[in-house]
Design a protein. Sequence first.
Length: 132
Amino acid sequence: MPPRKGSTSVQVSLPDDLVARLALLATAPGESKSSVMETALRQLIEGSASQTLLEGLHQRIDDIRTALSTLRESSAALALCVQGLGERVTRQEARYEEFTDAVARLYDAEKARQHGTTASPRWTPWLGGSTR
């Protein structure tokens, strides 16, 4: 029998048990061995393509999940570093204020000693200290 238009005849050898199952499926109304084979082959090929796409998508999702996890960990580590730097700056500011207060007191005391008077805080604001 010649193949239908737009089709090519292919001869294959199949195991007997598979031929029996093919014949059983071909007994359904509107089915033939050729149509059952065509449907099965299409599902196999298209299913494989779909499976390949799904596997690729799953791999990309896993890669993105890993990258997000790494980003989250890096962000947490950076936040700790910034917090530590903030604490160090606060400590340095306090030390600088203590230093400028001490220098201003020494300067005022030296000026008072030179002029024979008691120390006055008039130089303290100029040197960045507090006027307490």
